[in-house]
Design a protein around this ligand. Structure first.
Ligand SMILES: *[C@@H]1O[C@H](CO)[C@@H](O)[C@H](O)[C@H]1NC(C)=O
Ligand SMILES: *[C@@H]1O[C@H](CO)[C@@H](O)[C@H](O)[C@H]1NC(C)=O
Ligand SMILES: *[C@@H]1O[C@H](CO)[C@@H](O)[C@H](O)[C@H]1NC(C)=O
Length: 267
C-alpha cells in the first residue's frame, strides 16, 4: 500500500515504533529502497520505504467521526484517529455503518441517559455523534419499515466492552419497544439477569480479564407488528470446552470448579 505513494524529502509519514506502536515524522533523505525519517520524538530512523505510511497533514486535530472520510485508511491512520477522539472523550467512531467503541474504563453516564435515547430516536444514521443507540435505532426502523429481521453483531477482544455495549443496545430497544414500565423489570434487565449460573459455567480468568466470558451469546428480542417487545430468548454457543481439560498458566478453568472447591461442608 505504502509503496504506491511516492515519498520525497519533506513527506509526512508514520513509522513503526517499539514503544508507541506508530510515530509520525518527516522524510529527510531517500536512498533507493530506504528512507531516513526524523520522528517527532527527535529520533532519526532508517526504514524500508515499504514500511512507511503516509500521514495526512490536513487531518483535523480532533479526528473524524466517520473513518471512511480519512485520506488514508491504513493502520496508523485509523489508530491515530481513534486516539485523537479518545483524548477528547469521544469513545465511539464510525467506519461507514460499523461502530467502533474504545473502552473508556470509566463510567460515562451522560452518554446513556434517557435524554440521549430521545435524541437518537428517529434521527438519520450519521446525523448525530456515533453511538450504539444510533445502531439500535437504525435496526429498529429497518425492522419496522421493511418487516425484515435485523441482527446487530457485537464483537471485540476480551475486555473490550462487548457486554456493556450489548446492554446499551438492549436498553434502547427496550425503550423503543415500550414494554418496560408495564412489566416492572425491563427486558434488558431480565435478559442480563437471566444467566447468573451460566456465568459460573462459562466465565473464566484469562490473562486480560479476570472474569471473561468464554462463550458467545445470541440474544433474540421479538417484537409484535406494532413494534412492541413480545419476548426474548438467549442462546449460548461456542463455549470453549478445551478449557476444561487444558488450562494454560496463569489462566484458570471455569469459575464453577473453584466455587465447588470453596464450598463449605454440608451442614
Ligand atoms: C424473523 O425471525 C423469526 C424467528 O427466527 C421467524 O419466526 C420470522 O418468520 C422471521 N420473520 C421474517 C419476516 O423473516
Ligand atoms: C485480576 O484481579 C487481581 C486481584 O484479584 C488484580 O490484581 C488484577 O489486576 C486483575 N487482573 C485483570 C487483568 O483484571
Ligand atoms: C463476572 O461477570 C458477570 C457479568 O459478565 C457478573 O455477573 C459476575 O458477577 C462477575 N463475577 C465475578 C466473580 O466477578
Amino acid at each position: 500500500m505504502a509503496a504506491l505513494i511516492s515519498l520525497g524529502i519533506g513527506s509526512l509519514v508514520w513509522v513503526e515504533d517499539p514503544d508507541v506502536a506508530w510515530i509520525d515524522g518527516e522524510v529527510v533523505e531517500v536512498n533507493g529502497q530506504e528512507v531516513k525519517v526524523l520522528t517527532t520524538s527527535g529520533k532519526t530512523v532508517v526504514v524500508k520505504s515499504t514500511n512507511v505510511y503516509p500521514k495526512d497533514a490536513e487531518a483535523p486535530p480532533c479526528g473524524v467521526d466517520d473513518m471512511t472520510r480519512l485520506a488514508y485508511l491504513h493502520e496508523p491512520g485509523v489508530l491515530y484517529n481513534l486516539r485523537s477522539r479518545y483524548d477528547i472523550n469521544e469513545i465511539y467512531t464510525y467506519t461507514g455503518n460499523i461502530l467502533i467503541a474504545v473502552n473508556p474504563f470509566t463510567r460515562l453516564p451522560h452518554l446513556y441517559d434517557n435524554h440521549m435515547m430521545q435524541q437518537y430516536k428517529g434521527a438519520a444514521f450519521g446525523e448525530l455523534s456515533p453511538h450504539p443507540f444510533a445502531v439500535a435505532d437504525a435496526a429498529y426502523r429497518l425492522m419496522m419499515n421493511d418487516g425484515i429481521n435485523q441482527s446487530i453483531l457485537v464483537s471485540g477482544e476480551s475486555g473490550a466492552g462487548k457486554t456493556e455495549s450489548t446492554k446499551q443496545l438492549m436498553r434502547y430497544l427496550a425503550y423503543m419497544g415500550g414494554r418496560a414500565a408495564a412489566e416492572g423489570r425491563t427486558v434488558e434487565q431480565q435478559v442480563l439477569e437471566s444467566n447468573p449460573v451460566l456465568e459460573a459455567f462459562g466465565n473464566a480468568k484469562t490473562v486480560r480479564n479476570n472474569n471473561s466470558s468464554r462463550f458467545g451469546k445470541f440474544v433474540e428480542i421479538q417484537f409484535d407488528d406494532k413494534g412492541r417487545i413480545s419476548g426474548a430468548a438467549v442462546r449460548t454457543y461456542l463455549l470453549e470446552r478445551s478449557r476444561v481439560c487444558q488450562v494454560s498458566d496463569p489462566e484458570r478453568n471455569y469459575h464453577c470448579f473453584y466455587m465447588l472447591c470453596a464450598a463449605p461442608q454440608e451442614v
